[in-house]
Design a protein around this ligand. Structure first.
Ligand SMILES: Cc1cc2nc3c(=O)[nH]c(=O)nc-3n(C[C@H](O)[C@H](O)[C@H](O)COP(=O)(O)OP(=O)(O)OC[C@H]3O[C@@H](n4cnc5c(N)ncnc54)[C@H](O)[C@@H]3O)c2cc1C
Length: 417
């Protein structure tokens, strides 16, 4: 089914009668050319680009729950290309361009809202760091505007500018950054991949990875064995566990990240704002809820739910930055499992097992990476060569120490910052 202005009018007149499910519900075949483990944003995008860019359609995406039940449906939807270091920079720059054409490419409205991301700074040293970052972004063809204190006030008059501990000095404004509707991204990719012949198999957990003579031959699942010469592990917070099925120990640690949403309010925050002195960021959803989050839990866990000390920590930061938020009532909070790498950057690579690929380590920033990650992993699986925009996301940088991308300057224990 295609979407058009006419189809919306028809739906309005006939109450949506005749609408079909967005994708098929096929039984797994006994063999595919390629299997993607994980029906999150990255897995679905990979399947879509394998079909669209490389003409590979005998593919299955195996998802243990339902499409959209993982982090793709749990994140705070921020999209941006404000990275500083080569390696990340070209990748996220490519990703933002794919975001900008996504609704048209998928014929599905992902509600990309380029409302601008403003990252605040609170000291001279931090200003210097943001100036460097902004210059790096501009040199790379992305957009960045340095705002002084009054410039920030013009955009965000509701902030507390004179808090004694963290006075606001200014901000780095990235106008093309913003938000998108996360569920729509999963549904849009799923629908478009299905239309190209990809089998999306839900409620199908991978429980084993078959390897013969150093090469992958297929997977064991709760719905039977499936053969394939190419298998990609794209399971976000569960990457470490799934890789262990192939005898691999990935350099990732899983932690919970929480998010919060308030009751619906009239429009009040029309950008994405991030606090420079505490881990806190906020935007307002199209439904009116203030959506915000902060630090990840400081201990490793596979529990997809949060805890009260972190809730307190995040809200404390929120109150410091914008005391008005104290009037809003929090409606819901939830957690998702993050796969944190030691340098905070991702991995898209082959593995020592022939035909086995891994796409993981997205930490708390993998939503914005969805299109470029799918694009790059599809390229790697189809051609055997890393895509130019993801050439530095190598697995062995953690073994050799060469090529680490310590984007946030938090050292070798990113998960502890
Ligand atoms: C609270 C929160 C806020 C965030 N905010 C942002 C943000 O604002 N911006 C941003 O860029 N990023 C953000 N992120 C990060 C982003 O959501 C993730 O990095 C990204 O979604 C991970 O990739 P994914 O979509 O493929 O993961 P997922 O949707 O988790 O997909 C992985 C899938 O693998 C499946 N799976 C696992 N094991 C198996 C198995 N054995 N067999 C079959 N299937 C399996 C899971 O069920 C899951 O559906 C946030 C994350 C959280 C939790």
């Amino acid at each position: 089914m295609g979407y058009s202005g006419l189809s919306i009018i028809k739906d309005g007149v006939f109450g949506g009668k005749g609408r079909k499910p967005l994708w098929r519900d096929p039984a797994p075949k006994s063999r595919y050319d390629a299997i993607i483990i994980g029906g999150g944003g990255h897995g679905l995008a990979t399947a879509y680009y394998l079909a669209r860019e490389h003409g590979l359609t005998n593919i299955a995406v195996l998802e243990k729950g339902h499409i959209g039940s993982g982090n793709i449906g749990r994140n705070t939807t921020i999209v941006r290309a404000n990275y500083f270091l080569p390696g990340n920079q070209e990748f996220y720059s490519h990703s933002l361009k794919l975001w900008e054409g996504m609704s048209q490419a998928l014929n599905y409205n992902v509600m990309l809202s380029q409302r601008g991301v403003i990252s605040l700074f609170h000291s001279d040293g931090q200003r210097d760091a943001f100036v460097r970052r902004g210059n790096a972004m501009i040199n790379h063809g992305d957009d960045a505007i340095l705002l002084d204190r009054e410039g920030v006030r013009a955009h965000l008059p509701y902030l507390d500018f004179d808090t004694a501990r963290f006075p606001i000095y200014g901000g780095l404004y990235h106008p093309r950054g913003g938000t998108a509707r996360h569920d729509a991204v999963a549904w849009g990719y799923a629908r478009a991949a299905d239309q190209r012949g990809v089998d999306l198999i839900q409620n199908c957990e991978v429980t084993g990875i078959d390897i013969e003579n150093g090469a992958v031959t297929g997977v064991q699942t709760t719905r039977g064995a499936i053969k394939a010469r190419k298998v990609a592990i794209v399971t976000a917070g569960r990457s470490g566990q799934v890789a262990a099925l192939a005898g691999m120990r990935l350099p990732v640690e899983s932690h919970v990240l929480q998010a919060f949403v308030t009751e619906g309010l009239k429009p009040v925050i029309d950008h994405v704002v991030s606090f420079g002195m505490g881990h806190f960021y906020i935007s307002q959803s199209d439904k009116g809820g203030l959506v915000f989050g902060g630090d990840l839990d400081f201990y490793a866990s596979y529990a997809a739910r949060g805890n009260l000390p972190m809730a307190e920590h995040v809200m404390e930061a929120a109150m410091t930055l914008m005391p008005m938020i104290g009037k809003a009532r929090v409606l819901r909070s939830w957690g998702g499992i993050m796969d944190m790498t030691p340098d905070g950057s991702a991995i898209i690579d082959t593995t020592p097992t022939q035909g086995l690929f891994v796409d993981c380590g997205w930490c708390y920033g993998g939503f914005k990476a969805v299109p470029a990650s799918g694009f790059a992993l599809a390229h790697l699986m189809a051609t055997g060569q890393p895509h130019a925009t993801a050439a530095k996301f190598r697995l062995d940088r953690f073994r050799t120490g060469v090529g680490l991308m310590d984007e946030e300057g938090t050292g070798a224990q990113h998960n502890l910052h």
